[in-house]
Structures are given as C-alpha cells and as structure tokens.
Design a protein around this ligand. Sequence first.
Ligand SMILES: C[S@@+](CC[C@H](N)C(=O)[O-])C[C@H]1O[C@@H](n2cnc3c(N)ncnc32)[C@H](O)[C@@H]1O
Length: 226
Amino acid sequence: MDLELHPADNISEESITFTNERGQRERVRLHDYERVYSVPGLYEDVLLNYLNFASPEFLAELLAKSYPLESLRILDLAAGNGLAGEALFKRGSEYIIGADACAQAAPAAARDYPSVYQEYITVYADDPRLIQAVKEHKLNTLHCVGALGTITVEQFQHLWAAFPVESILSVTCDDLSVLDNPFAAYFKRSAAAGELRIIKCEQFQHRQLMNGDPFIATAVIAEKLR
Ligand SMILES: C[S@@+](CC[C@H](N)C(=O)[O-])C[C@H]1O[C@@H](n2cnc3c(N)ncnc32)[C@H](O)[C@@H]1O
C-alpha cells in the first residue's frame, strides 16, 4: 500500500501516509479508527506488516491455554475490525459478540472477518445496551485487546459488574509495572478484596512504536470470584 510512517512523541499522534481510493496520497492518524477501518486492509498492513502487532494472537493463545475456548461465551470489547475476534475464532471459539464505539468498526468486521461474530454492537463500553447484551447472550468472558486505558477503570467496572460470578477476564492493558497505571491499582484492589483471582499476568511486546521502540503491555487472565 506504499505506506509511510510518521512517528510522534505522543502515541495518539502517530500517523501514516497511504494511497487512498482516489489514488491520492492521504495522511491520517493511526488512532483515527473511523478513517483507518474504512480502507480495506489498511489496519492490518500498518499493524501487522510494519509494527509487529502481537496482542490479538498473544492474548488468544494465553486464554486458550487456560480454558477450552468452545466453552466460553465471549464479549470482544473494543473489537475494531475483528483481528482479536479472529484470533479466538481460529482457535475454536464458537460464540463471540463484538462491540466497539467506532461506527466504522462493525462494517469493517463484517467485511474483513465475516464468520467471527454472532452479533456486533456499536456502543461505548459503559452503554446500557451492552450490559443488556451481556445478559441476553449469557456471556461469561470479557476479552479486550488494546483498549483498556482509553476505556477507563470506571467504564470497565460498570460493564464487568454485569458478568456473572465465575466469568473470565482476558485483557491486555498498559504495562502494569508502571506505578501510576490505574488498572494495576484496580487488579490489586480486586484481588485483595477476594473479587478476582488472577490466573495469568504476563508482560509482552504489544507492538513497536513508529520510532522502533517497543510498546510493552501486560496480559491478564482472571476469574470473577464474587
Ligand atoms: C487499538 S484498537 C484495538 C482494536 C482491536 N481490539 C484489535 O486488537 O485490533 C482500539 C479500539 O478501541 C475502541 N474504543 C476506544 N474506546 C472505547 C470505548 N470507550 N468503548 C468502546 N470501544 C472503544 C476504538 O474505537 C478502537 O476500535
């Protein structure tokens, strides 16, 4: 796709230049998901071919090593165009509901990974319609790749409260060893209160930044105790 990458000090300002549908060179921020998802193949090209994006496969593999995927009824939160759902699907997941706040995500997932999702809902993480979907679909697993942090602890807690006891949490988040990470405090607090049992907690390289530096993240698998 004849891509140029433009590193930035602030990750949300990283951008790319690509040749668009009209044959023109166009520059867009990687975090402009509305635009990036609307161009077939662009998200995968940047993330997989240039930035060694590892999280969808890493987290799906960690979850598959911990539980039989076919027994899980999964919410893929912030599912984007479906890369994370596809990583679960090809390992045997049979029931996945996708959700993302971006209006272009659902059509992109239907275009790019049409077999993966039973249903795909365009909502923010704390939308009551998502809570309703958790109940209607009897979901028992909350899976989220690359979005905790943008999704706040408060939004996450609101949604997680809708899942029944014994549900599974399977998420990546910013490196939990970083002191002021609010999700580190949340996991510590919930484990100490006997609400959550951490099954696996592994540091790994989420992807490269556009300047070549590693972007380290943490993957967590946990069970809801109460
Ligand atoms: C880095 S992308 C990850 C997409 C996908 N999980 C993957 O691994 O390819 C982050 C996604 O989070 C979504 N997102 C960000 N904040 C959100 C929120 N509060 N509720 C729902 N989705 C959100 C964005 O629209 C975007 O699609």
